[in-house]
Design a protein around this ligand. Structure first.
Ligand SMILES: NC(=O)c1ccc[n+]([C@@H]2O[C@H](COP(=O)([O-])OP(=O)(O)OC[C@H]3O[C@@H](n4cnc5c(N)ncnc54)[C@H](O)[C@@H]3O)[C@@H](O)[C@H]2O)c1
Length: 348
């Protein structure tokens, strides 16, 4: 009989989405949860009765039944907890960003190689329905040469959001940044996934409208790609009540604009461009998420958890491995470095 993958989750904020994903996964199950907060353990137990519970992470890692650990604690602790799980012989699935510096993600990669275990990262927005046809259109060259575009994350988070849970959000130590590292990193990942390697970045950042943030609540960057495209990347958590996520790619033969996960313009030159645009806009009109205003409306984890469980079951790589996860983190940190120094940051 096929072995069921026993999943454990540490950190029960967004970690609850990992619990839900594991509980309904094919070939896997939710086996244990861990948090320092008793109320969060109680909440998990009420939704998943019978789950083993732990307050002490290292105690949980001693449990030989656990195959996979989802690491869902503050971002600056990811590499530490992921490496401890790998050393204890567990596969790991790590929330975004995989950690807040490229070097720490490379440490995870080093231990992954040493142990031969699997490491997956979360970038669930790659699975937004419109992303598959959009990436395909760009990859096939249907937009022609990509000239420009915009990736804008205009969200809102109130002061309580930053104060909560020991005030780790909006700090350099635990969040690694602000609107771009936390809220924006998904869109930065999509940007590099769609448009390829970055050549250089010039950026500004500021704290415009929060008292509880020490990093930034606004960034504005010009990103030059090796392809020659020059793109605007900007993020904020000040845009009350939340304006959305704009993704715009413009080429010499067409343009695609997406608002979050909903296409709003699909205009590719050709005989039937009007029909094609109508078809795409109608087909994907039902999609839409409001995470730009409300962090509890984040969706899409089930697929990533299933992908990780399948990677273990069928001995293949998960969709996003450590090296892939470094790319967005490198871009975000280059934005910060450019904003701090006033210099253009060049990539190799
Ligand atoms: N993929 C997404 O869309 C998404 C959405 C939200 C958050 N995240 C990421 O998930 C991570 C957690 O964010 P959150 O919003 O859930 O934060 P949170 O503060 O709500 O939850 C973190 C939990 O981790 C627990 N914790 C911290 N250290 C611990 C330890 N050593 N042992 C056990 N428990 C510990 C805390 O008690 C807390 O309950 C962050 O890295 C964040 O960037 C991803």
């Amino acid at each position: 009989m096929e072995k069921i993958v026993n999943a454990a989750v540490v950190g029960l904020g967004v970690g609850m989405q990992h619990c839900r994903g594991a509980a309904k996964a094919e070939g896997g199950r939710l086996y244990a949860v861990c948090d320092l907060r008793e109320d969060r353990i109680e909440r998990a137990l009420s939704e998943f009765p019978g789950t083993k519970t732990y307050n002490d992470y290292d105690e949980m890692l001693k449990d030989p039944e656990i195959d996979l650990v989802s690491v869902c604690v503050p971002s600056g602790l990811h590499a530490d907890l992921a490496i401890r799980a790998l050393r204890a012989g567990k596969h790991v699935l790590v929330e975004k960003p995989m950690d807040i510096t490229v070097d720490r993600i490379l440490e995870i990669e080093k231990v992954r190689r040493e142990t031969g275990l699997k490491v997956g990262g979360i970038f669930q927005n790659r699975r937004n329905a419109i992303m598959a046809p959009m990436k395909q259109a760009i990859d096939e060259g249907r937009l022609g040469k990509i000239i420009t575009g915009a990736f804008r994350i205009y969200w809102y988070r109130d002061e309580d959001y930053f104060r909560a849970n020991g005030h780790w959000r909006g700090t350099w130590q635990y969040d690694g940044g602000g609107s771009l590292m936390n809220q924006g990193v998904h869109t930065v990942d999509l940007m590099q996934w769609l448009l390829g390697d970055v050549a250089s970045i010039r950026a500004e950042m500021a704290i415009l409208n929060h008292k509880e943030v020490e990093t930034e609540d606004f960034t504005f960057a010009t990103v030059k790609f090796k392809s020659g495209a020059v793109v605007l990347l900007s993020s904020t958590t000040c845009a009350k009540p939340g304006a959305g996520t704009d993704i715009q790619v413009v080429g010499t033969n067409g343009a695609i604009y997406v608002d979050g996960d909903r296409p709003i313009l699909w205009r590719i030159a050709g005989e039937n461009w009007k029909e094609e645009e109508k078809e795409i806009l109608d087909a994907y009109a039902g999609n839409g998420s409001a995470a730009w205003a409300d962090p509890t409306l984040i969706r899409g984890h089930s697929f990533m958890v299933q992908d990780m469980i399948d990677a273990i079951r069928f001995d293949r790589d998960p969709m996003v491995g450590p090296m892939e996860a470094t790319k967005a983190v490198r871009i975000v940190n280059a934005v910060y470095e450019s904003a701090r120094t006033g210099k253009e940051i060049f990539f190799d």
